[in-house]
Design a protein around this ligand. Structure first.
Ligand SMILES: *Cc1c(COP(=O)(O)O)cnc(C)c1O
Length: 817
């Protein structure tokens, strides 16, 4: 391509006409009456057309440069909405605003018509999407690979105070962002058996016989980098039956039988599994994992062969990042392809494998460390179980050489647990990778020192850390136009791709005029959120109160219950002393509970019950309000986070791997109240101890407290306010018609040892909240701290994170301009 005559892919002039043409011809709809969803779709298709042209140019530059590429394998992506992200990253905002206005619409109203792509549970999927944005922006050649679920994470409704789940059929009306590639189908096998045979040279080989097959269809979603010069591809697989509508079956009279097998095949990409469900042993989940892996490796190898070199050069051309253990069966699949299909020797294949894969661990919760019963795995993937057993055998020989005679150690490290006959996917991932990383410094330390110390001793240097990051494009530029405009007006626009530049705001924290503008931006966001809450729940909230926000998945370790105890205590204090010198507060809590997670659902009911009581009490009305925000998702986060004054990050120390919600809030100028957990520690170091409210036990103290046999009863007896709050909840103060509703929550605390140490951290939490109140009553000091938070968040850009991966793990150079 000639470098000089850069084609203009944006073509703003014809945008209005293109939108109308799409509404008419592609969507087959009338232009009148002007329906916003149709015009959103028309605009989306017009943008998509421009993007495809740009992408074709990017593809050419990949092949030109023959550069190494990274393949980011993830069972989840949580992109949210695409339209405004495409428009801002392509620099088309002004043009689109004008085109929308000419057609009689506001651009933001059209954007609201889009349904979120909710193909992930929360943090892990959202991280993958932030990394896609940063890879595109930083010109790191790579692809995301995942599954195109028909149904994303369920929609949450609140009915009579309880969570109800609704199916999320997000593509019911089609999606302009998904490009089906019907021409590139791959076969994926399941079941059958492994068969030994002798090849013509008499060498013993294995093949997969009598397998069922399912077709995998690639569906691409293009991810434009900021500035619009580079586009990355996210390839999501959809399952299709290999038979389709089989005329042969039909003629033989087995129509329903044929349809049954079609349905069975297509089930694979039907629905995303929610977190925290007991999925172990669920065959469909295992099939999903292998489906992603098998189709993706086919695609990678096809591309590798097309570009020329042999398999010896594979690790120089290909890096595969495993986002958690979910795609770890890839280790066995690549071995199977290299040994059984490409006829490489075991040692050579194994060397290629290890140099290709790297594994990111996302959790130390023991219940989340994935294992599969060996017999289930062997039934679904017979040859893979054999290969895993061989990897395990050779690995245990290594262990035996390092620690002769230590059978106990061998059993602990084994990939297939000899006692339970379960395959430990984390062990397979560690053994099969050249790098293993945690997602925040504390988490990576815990992995090395507590969870996998023997692996660390065996493989010095394999364990490393890459602290998570978030994309400043979506989470500041796009979600917070008011603040972005203010920042750009003072330091110019370069912060959007070089977030360290925000440090130039630091001196402005001492400038009263700038602080006034900063407060005005925050107030605009709070008004926007108040309108949203009114629209969604009919409830009015006051933008001139302290917005105290905790939004994230509901989980006991995240301790939404501790937040509730603070609310109840504050309520009691206000009832006793209506003149109490604290700022009026609006507490907003949102998050989905896994459908089968009893305790998390009960905590949602507790929050809605406390909200009903508090909000109905005229005595505290203007001082305290509590709102449960239903259906927390990316598009909601984009409205909630820029409006927050206070960000609650209060997990039991040692249990949150990193968190990324914490970063989004601080970047938008919220002050954090939090524990020394996950990335909170690094956020504290960055923003300064005086600009964050840290409380509670450290990870080491949590461990020691548990080891010493913690007694919550003594703690409660010694703390009158805590005892009162627990007593009100336990006796049905908030649910008089069902007084026993929260007994299970209280039992967990008082009878079962309070594993998450809520009572242990309660008093420290309240003291930290006292400090919050005091600072908020001094708006100038609060605003200065808020500015210092934003200004010091440069490190937490996902651009920094992907560049670390590229340098230390993938060995990939970003492409030049
Ligand atoms: C960022 C984000 C998360 C992760 O939040 P944490 O507070 O880190 O758990 C979950 N869900 C959505 C929709 C997000 O945007």
């Amino acid at each position: 391509m000639a470098k000089s005559a850069a084609p203009d892919f944006h073509q703003i002039e014809s945008l209005g006409e293109d939108i109308k043409r799409y509404v008419l011809s592609i969507l087959g709809n009338d232009l009148y009456p002007p329906d916003p969803f149709r015009y959103y779709s028309g605009l989306a298709y017009a943008i998509r057309e421009r993007l495809i042209k740009m992408w074709l140019a990017t593809q050419a530059s990949y092949y030109d440069s023959m550069s190494k590429r990274v393949y980011y394998l993830s069972m989840e992506f949580l992109p949210g909405r695409f339209l405004m992200n495409y428009i801002t990253n392509m620099g088309m905002e002004d043009g689109c605003r004008q085109a929308a206005a000419d057609l009689g619409f506001g651009l933001d109203d059209l954007a609201e018509e889009e349904r979120d792509a909710g193909l992930g549970n929360g943090g892990l999927g959202r991280l993958a999407s932030c990394y896609m944005d940063s890879m595109a922006t930083q010109r790191i050649p790579g692809y995301g690979y995942g599954i195109l679920y028909d149904y994303g994470l369920f929609h949450q409704r609140i009915v009579n105070g309880w969570q109800e789940e609704e199916a999320d059929n997000w593509r019911r009306h089609g999606s302009p962002w998904v490009i089906d590639r019907v021409e590139h189908l791959y076969e994926v096998k399941f079941y059958g058996r492994s068969e030994a045979y002798n090849d013509p040279q008499g060498v013993l080989r294995y093949r997969w016989a009598e397998a069922d097959t399912v077709m995998a269809m690639p569906c691409d979603i293009l991810i434009p980098g900021h500035g619009g010069k580079h586009v990355t591809n996210m390839r999501l697989w959809a399952a299709a039956s290999s038979t389709g509508f089989s005329l042969r079956d039909f003629n033989q009279g087995d129509f329903l039988g044929a349809m049954q097998s079609k349905i069975h095949s297509e089930n694979i990409s039907k629905v995303l599994y929610p977190n925290d469900e007991p999925i172990q042993g669920k065959e469909l989940r295992l099939r999903q994992q292998y489906f992603l892996v098998a189709a993706t490796l086919r695609d990678i190898i096809r591309r590798h062969k097309k570009s020329g070199p042999g398999f010896a050069e594979f690790p120089d051309q290909v890096a595969i990042q495993l986002n958690d253990t979910h795609p770890t069966i890839a280790v066995a699949e690549l071995m199977r392809i290299l040994v059984d299909e490409e006829f490489l020797g075991w040692d050579e294949a194994w060397d290629i494998c290890r140099r290709t894969f790297a594994y990111t661990n996302h959790t130390v919760l023991p219940e989340a460390l994935e294992t599969w019963p060996a017999d289930l795995l062997g039934r679904v993937l017979p040859r893979h179980l054999e290969i895993i057993a061989e990897i395990d055998r050779r690995f245990l020989l290594e262990v035996a050489v390092a620690h002769p005679g230590d059978q106990v150690r061998q059993n602990r490290l084994a990939i297939i647990d000899p006692a339970s006959r379960r395959v430990r996917m984390a062990h397979l991932a560690i053994v099969g990778s050249h790098k293993v990383n945690g997602v925040a410094r504390l988490h990576s330390d815990i992995l090395r020192e507590k969870v996998f110390p023997e692996f660390d001793a065996l493989y010095p240097g394999k364990f490393t850390n890459v602290t998570n990051g978030i994309t400043p494009r979506r989470w500041l530029l796009q979600a917070n136009p008011a603040l972005s405009r203010l920042i750009t007006s003072r330091i110019g626009p370069d912060w959007t791709t070089d977030l360290d530049r925000l440090a130039e705001l630091l001196p402005l924290a001492d400038d009263p005029d700038f602080r006034k503008d900063w407060r005005a931006a925050k107030r605009e966001n709070k008004k926007r959120l108040a309108r949203y809450v009114l629209r969604k729940s009919g409830m009015g909230i006051n933008p001139d109160t302290l917005f105290d926000v905790q939004v994230k998945r509901m989980h006991e370790y995240k301790r939404q219950f501790l937040n509730v105890l603070h609310v109840v205590t504050l309520y009691n204090r206000l009832r006793r002393d209506p003149a109490l010198a604290v700022p009026p507060r609006t507490v907003l809590i949102g998050g989905k509970a896994a459908p089968g997670y009893f305790m998390a659902k009960r905590i949602i009911r507790l929050i809605t019950a406390v909200a009903e009581t508090v909000n109905a009490d005229d005595a505290v009305r203007s001082r305290l309000r509590v709102v449960f925000l239903p259906n927390y998702c990316v598009s909601q986060a984009e409205k909630v986070i820029p409006a927050a004054d206070l960000s609650q990050q209060i997990s039991t120390a040692g249990m949150e791997a990193s968190g990324t919600g914490n970063m989004k809030f601080a970047l938008n100028g919220a002050l954090t109240i939090g524990t020394l957990d996950g990335a909170n520690i690094e956020i504290m170091e960055a923003v300064g101890r005086e600009n964050i409210f840290i409380f509670g036990l450290t990870a080491k103290e949590v461990e020691a407290t548990r080891a010493a046999g913690y007694d919550p009863g003594r703690r409660v007896a010694a703390d009158a306010e805590l005892a009162e709050a627990l007593d009100m909840i336990g006796r049905g103060y908030f649910t008089p018609s069902e007084p026993d509703l929260f007994t299970p929550i209280l039992d967990n605390l008082l009878r079962h040892g309070d594993y998450y140490l809520v009572t242990a951290d309660y008093r420290a939490c309240l003291e930290a909240q006292d400090a919050v109140n005091a600072l908020y009553l001094d708006p100038e000091a609060w605003t200065a701290a808020s500015i210092r938070n934003t200004a010091n968040m440069g490190f937490f850009s996902s651009d920094r994170a992907v560049l670390e991966y590229a340098k230390n793990i993938w060995n990939i150079e970003p492409l030049g301009e």
